[in-house]
Design a protein around this ligand. Structure first.
Ligand code: C5P
Length: 417
């Protein structure tokens, strides 16, 4: 994401109430954004609405004006309150949310077009942006749409993935706008992040799959891309934390937070264990998002030769890092583990939560479509010591990171640091 927590967006002319710009593009799901607007107002936010000209074919600006905090805008021109509505809206926003975001809106935003008030506002803001795409499955699955979304994600825009279910015209499939309550909840978490819920906290995150050397050339590894761990580190910075990342991957971090993250590169489980042990001593939160090998071996110093026959590799168990950190946990420290499962996800995750003694366990079914290793999206279930498991539906890994870190922030002892 490309926003910095400058005081500007909250130094509004009126008050310090979070200000949401609700953008609505021209899709049938626009009717649901009326309910979203009501929910955002119920949460006490100042909401200004921007409808694209096509959105007004589906829903009326009057409906939005009646519920919003200021008159709804549909054009860059002839605004009675300001000659430059896009910069007014963009610079005063705490969050810009577009629901529904159509394929057309996404393409214009990704290209940098500013040919209506909504796209101009998106370019004029430094606030976090959340897009909630909704469209027919065929459109959603178009490589052009997915590539535009990947471009926007890379620039820090958060994407709430659409759900599967009934679509307009009696069709069924992926592309349905998530329920307004889900979107409102996510907006609240972003707003809370903006207020720095992890301010002053020291957060240690591990990311990526470990690589156990067989010889100087070959390794035993896994399919982890490290993206969920990286997203957790990036979002933790945006939430105000001081972050250390112990990572096996060299994927570049988002530009706005890269400088703020202390990165330690490791290769194998033993190196990761040592770095995590050392850094956990002065961390308030430890998040073990890395996919650590369960087995390692003593590597050969020279490349094993094919002509010598099939090598008999002697595997040895690797110490469980997170369990070890739990035994060393200091007063008030919060430890989060992950469980990548391919079957009986909930049952296995609940057992893992007990076995490892962590405070939160994030379970994902890595065999499900769009979930876990190598994907840009994730769907997880958060297990805590108390209460029912919380399911976080399919969305970008940044958006999942917000949900996980919101839970972390809520569990941290109050008052400290
Ligand atoms: O037991 P399993 O590997 O499925 O548990 C996953 C969780 O345990 C993750 O949080 C992972 O980072 C952690 N883990 C660990 N040390 C290992 C293996 C897994 O900390 N050797």
């Amino acid at each position: 994401m490309t926003w910095t927590p400058s005081p500007m967006p909250c130094a509004t002319p009126s008050s310090s109430i979070p200000r949401i710009v609700l953008g609505v593009a021209g899709g049938i799901a626009a009717y649901k954004s009326v309910e979203l607007l009501r929910l955002l107002r119920d949460r006490g936010y100042h909401v200004a609405c921007v409808l694209t000209p096509d959105a007004t074919r589906f829903v009326g600006a009057v409906t939005f004006s009646a519920l919003a905090s200021e008159p709804t805008r549909t054009s860059l021109y002839n605004d009675p309150t300001t000659p430059i509505p896009h910069t007014y809206l963009g610079t005063h926003a705490s969050v810009v949310v577009v629901a529904p975001a159509t394929a057309h809106l996404i393409a214009r935003y990704a290209t940098g077009l500013a040919d209506d008030l909504l796209t101009a506002t998106l370019l004029a803001t430094r606030a976090p942006v959340l897009l909630c795409p909704a469209m027919h499955t065929e459109m959603w699955e178009q490589p052009s749409v997915q590539e535009n979304l990947a471009t926007l994600r890379r620039r820090g825009v958060m994407i709430l993935e659409p759900e599967s279910g009934p679509l307009a015209g009696g069709d069924e499939g992926a592309g349905r706008l998530p329920e307004p309550e889900t979107i409102a909840e996510l907006v609240s978490n972003i707003v809370d992040g903006y207020r720095g819920v992890l301010s002053g906290r020291r957060v240690l995150v591990s990311a990526g799959g470990t690589r156990e050397a067989i010889d100087p050339v070959r390794v035993i590894s896994n399919r982890s891309s490290g993206r969920q761990g990286l997203a957790l580190a990036e979002v933790a910075v945006r939430l105000g934390a001081q972050v250390t990342l112990v990572s096996t991957v060299t994927t570049p971090l988002a530009l706005d937070v890269a400088q703020a993250i202390d990165v330690i590169h490791v290769e194998n489980a033993a190196e990761m264990h040592e770095a995590m042990q050392k850094r956990s001593v002065d961390s308030d939160v430890v998040i073990m998002a890395a996919a650590v090998a369960d087995f390692t071996l003593t590597p050969s110093n020279v490349k094993l030769k094919k002509r010598d026959g099939v090598p008999q590799l002697q595997l040895m168990a690797v110490a469980d890092i997170v369990s070890d950190l739990v035994t060393r946990r200091h007063e008030g420290q919060l430890i989060v583990g992950f469980a990548a499962e391919t079957s009986d996800v909930l049952k296995n995750a609940a057992a893992k939560m007990r076995d490892k003694g962590v405070d939160l366990l994030i379970a994902n079914d890595v065999a499900a479509p769009g979930v876990g290793f190598g994907h840009e999206t994730n769907e997880v279930v958060i297990f805590a010591r108390e209460g029912e498991p919380q399911r976080i539906s399919l969305r970008s890994k940044e958006a999942v990171a917000y949900e996980i870190l919101a839970r972390v922030a809520a569990l941290l002892p109050q008052g400290a640091p």
